[in-house]
Design a protein. Structure first.
Length: 274
C-alpha cells in the first residue's frame, strides 16, 4: 500500500517537476541571451564612448545596438515576470513565454526609436549650443537631477510596483495565444519603460556607448526591481543620481568612468559611422 501511494505521488508530482524545470530553463535562456548581449555590446562599442551625449550613429544601426543593449540590461530583471507568465500558461505552449519576452523587447525598441528622434531633433535645433564646453555639462547635470526627482514621483512608484509585482497586471490583461503573449509582453514592457525611462535618460547623459555606465544603470534597475527593500533601493538610486549630477556639474573629472568630450555637439549624429 505504501509503495503504491508513493508511486501515485511521484506520478502526480511529475508534471509539476517538469513545469518547474521548463521555467528554470526559460530563466536560464534569458540569462544566456543577456550574456550574449553583453559580449556583443562589449565588442561593438569598444572605443565608441565619447562621454555625455555620445553620437548615436544612423537610425538602423542605433536601434540594432539598442535592442541588444536592452536584452543585456533588462532580461535578468524581467526573468521572474516571464517565469510567472510561463507558470500561468500551465505549459500549454513553450513558445508563448518566448513571444512574451519578444513583446517586452519590442516596446523597448519603440522607446529607443523615440529617444533617437528626440536626440536627433535636439541636435538639429540646438547644434553646438549643447557642446560640452557650452551647455552640454549643464544639460547632463539637469538630466541626472530630473531623473533623481522622477524616482520620488507617484508615477515611478506605480510603474515600479507593476514591475515588482506583475501578477495583477498579468491577470488583468490576460490574452490567449501568441498574439496575446505578444500584447501582454508589450504591456509589461510599457510599465517597465515608465519605471526606467529616467534612468535611461541618465544613461544618455553619462555616455550611451559606455559599457561602464551601461553596467551601472543595469545594476540600478535590477536593484530597484528585485531587492526586497523597495523604498531603500529607490532612495539609494535617488541619492546616487543627485551625487552624479553635482559631480558632473562641478567636478566631472572626479566621476569614475566618465569620459569628458573634447569637442562636438550633443549627439554628433552624422559624424559617427557604425
Amino acid at each position: 500500500m505504501i509503495d503504491a501511494g508513493n508511486e501515485q505521488l511521484q506520478v502526480g508530482l511529475g508534471p509539476a517537476f517538469a513545469a518547474a524545470r521548463a521555467r528554470l530553463g526559460l530563466v536560464a535562456l534569458l540569462f544566456v541571451l543577456a550574456g550574449i548581449g553583453w559580449w556583443w555590446t562589449l565588442d561593438r562599442m569598444r572605443g565608441m564612448d565619447n562621454g555625455p551625449w555620445t553620437g548615436l550613429g544612423t537610425p538602423g544601426w542605433f536601434i540594432g545596438v539598442w535592442v541588444v543593449m536592452m536584452a543585456a540590461m533588462m532580461f535578468p530583471s524581467v526573468s521572474p515576470t516571464v517565469a510567472l507568465y510561463s507558470r500561468m500558461t500551465k505549459a500549454r505552449s513553450a513558445v508563448d513565454p518566448v513571444v512574451f519576452a519578444a513583446g517586452y523587447l519590442l516596446t523597448w525598441a519603440a522607446a529607443g526609436a523615440f529617444a533617437f528622434v528626440i536626440a536627433f531633433t535636439g541636435n538639429r535645433i540646438a547644434g553646438d549650443v549643447l557642446a560640452w564646453n557650452r551647455a552640454g555639462r549643464w544639460v547632463a547635470a539637469a538630466t541626472l537631477a530630473a531623473a533623481a526627482a522622477y524616482e520620488l514621483t507617484p508615477l515611478k512608484d506605480a510603474c515600479l510596483g507593476k514591475c515588482r509585482s506583475p501578477l495583477g497586471m498579468l491577470l488583468g490583461s490576460w490574452r490567449e495565444g501568441w498574439s496575446g503573449a505578444l500584447r501582454m509582453g508589450m504591456k509589461n514592457g510599457a510599465w517597465c519603460v515608465g519605471c526606467c525611462w529616467a534612468l535611461m535618460a541618465s544613461f544618455f547623459a553619462l555616455g550611451i556607448m559606455s559599457v561602464v555606465w551601461m553596467a551601472v544603470v543595469a545594476g540600478l534597475i535590477a536593484i530597484e526591481k528585485t531587492l526586497p527593500w523597495r523604498h531603500m533601493a529607490t532612495y539609494a538610486t535617488t541619492a546616487a543620481l543627485l551625487a552624479l549630477a553635482a559631480l558632473v556639474l562641478t567636478a566631472p573629472k572626479a566621476v569614475p568612468g566618465l569620459k569628458i568630450p573634447t569637442s562636438g555637439s550633443m549627439s554628433q549624429m552624422n559624424q559617427m559611422s557604425p
